[in-house]
Design a protein around this ligand. Structure first.
Ligand SMILES: [Zn+2]
Ligand SMILES: [Zn+2]
Ligand SMILES: [Zn+2]
Length: 471
């Protein structure tokens, strides 16, 4: 075996320290503290031997009662969806106006603006299926007269009753990238401070190289946008670290035994991620159906190489010497692995859909008068006028809820849930002490299909229903 040079040995020790699993009691404390900040008092996170952690009811819930509202740790709107919906880049609330939403989308489509859409996006959109309209009896889109989309976007054309669907005005990114928009100054600031200051491609970006950043984002869009989530996790750890360092005066910190004096700070900054990761991406990603099991090793090497390429691009963009371990393939692989196994659909219903439904429900002659004006727009949008905001996100508490094919709770957005937060509702009565479960897949599909889909989450379901249905 080759002997390692001392610097490598030090880095190696730091990486091991960062990847060392926390004792279950510490994870429980951390997550139960999070529950308090979410103001959901009826649940607790507990470790349950071999089954790992789960969410349990500490009070009774009635059917349809809110069980948990969970905030996003890191989230990302699919790049292909950015044309269709203008949402806050931090809380994913729709911004602008009905006119802007429709005008902007038609304008971008008219001008052939497309975002490199990755394969993963396409797959997920198919799976999502819960928004947008069915593909049957597809209606041909009828283009708008020239200039009308722009007029709508600029506010020169008003649609009837659109003021009933008001949205916050879009606040552009303070870094000047022109890509991120927010529902408020508060969201703009929060995003800037949590990760966007490092990941912004605008002129006030705090990255090392905006060019490298553009390349990184392009690579993620062309391959897998899970890398964007991972970059947000890396950036937020670095920024957390810098904040912690600022609060300490010289000599205040405990020099850590394993080298870097700042390792203890990095360990603290890394905490939100360290509570959730388990396996490296290339070890845990499910083998696609079209890959023979004899090619599995080659497939895993390929995935590892993809992560390596992405990491090199990210490193060129935002490397920080004091947070060096964050740029090791080992750590990057664990971050992506955590998102692979736990990333959840981010869905926010579109006010544009509500708008057209409202018009459709108007009594005559109001309906006729309104439709006179709205039909060209509806025709131009075609069948997918109601596309919702779609993305992926990591929700620290929702990801602790275990799967069951006969769940007692479900992810469900109520009328008032208008942003990217996850909402878990009781699907039936849940009694104190019971475990709260949701189905990660459509529970109405047959056993075999459920098993195949659940493989993506890295496990075989052993719930009573699966045991019974297993041939
Ligand atoms: Zn917002
Ligand atoms: Zn920006
Ligand atoms: Zn099952």
């Amino acid at each position: 075996m080759e002997s390692e040079c001392p610097i490598d040995a030090e880095l190696h020790n730091e990486i091991s320290a960062l990847l060392k699993p926390h004792p279950p009691s510490q994870v429980e404390d951390y997550l139960n503290h999070l529950i308090k900040t979410r103001q959901c008092h009826g649940i607790t996170v507990k470790h349950n031997g071999d089954l790992g952690k789960g969410v349990y009811a500490v009070s009774d819930f009635e059917g349809d009662q809110l069980v948990l509202k969970d905030q996003i740790l890191v989230g990302h709107q699919h790049s292909s969806n950015k044309i269709e919906c203008l949402v806050c880049s931090f809380c994913f609330r729709f911004v602008g106006s009905v006119e802007q939403q429709i005008g902007r989308r038609l304008y971008l489509e008219e001008h052939g603006v497309s975002v490199n859409c990755c394969q993963a996006d396409d797959e997920e959109e198919e799976e999502l299926g819960q928004c947008g309209s069915s593909s049957s009896d597809y209606k041909e889109k009828v283009p708008l007269p020239k200039g009308l989309a722009e007029a709508l976007m600029n506010g020169e054309v008003k649609l009837p009753y659109s003021d009933k669907f008001s949205m916050p005005q879009a606040v552009p990114c303070p870094g000047g990238c022109g890509e991120a928009f927010y529902c408020s100054k508060l969201c703009a600031e929060s995003d800037w401070n949590s990760s966007h200051s490092l990941l912004c491609t605008g002129e006030r970006s705090e990255s090392r190289s905006r060019e490298a950043l553009v390349k990184f984002i392009q690579h993620a869009n062309e391959t897998n946008d899970i890398f964007i989530l991972a970059a947000k996790a890396v950036a937020s750890t670095i920024l957390n670290y810098r904040k912690l360092k600022l609060t300490l005066s010289e000599g205040d910190y405990e020099p850590n035994l394993s080298g870097s004096p700042y390792l203890s700070l990095l360990l603290e900054a890394w905490k939100p991620i360290s509570m959730g990761h388990k396996r490296r991406w290339w070890d845990c990603v499910a083998l696609p159906i079209d890959v023979e099991s004899s090619d599995e090793a080659a497939f895993r090497i390929q995935i590892r190489e993809l992560a390596f390429t992405s990491l090199q691009l990210l490193k060129a963009a935002i490397f920080d010497e004091e947070c060096k371990p964050m740029f090791s393939l080992e750590i990057y692989g664990h971050i992506i692995g955590m998102f692979e196994l736990n990333n959840l659909d981010l869905v926010v219903a579109s006010p544009v859909e509500d708008y057209f439904l409202y018009i459709d429900d108007l009594p005559d002659p109001k309906k006729n008068e309104a439709e006179e004006i709205t039909w060209p727009f509806l025709d131009a949008l075609g069948d997918d006028y109601s596309v919702c905001c779609q993305g992926t996100a990591f929700y620290p508490l929702q990801s602790c809820i275990n799967h069951s094919c006969t769940p007692n709770a479900k992810a469900f957005k109520r009328e008032e849930d208008r942003d990217g937060q996850a909402t878990i509702i009781a699907a039936k009565e849940i009694y104190k002490g019971e475990e709260v479960t949701i189905s990660y897949v459509d529970e109405d599909i047959p056993f075999k299909e459920r098993r195949a889909l659940l493989a993506d989450y890295g496990f075989r379901c052993r719930c009573p229903r699966c045991v019974e249905e297993d041939p």
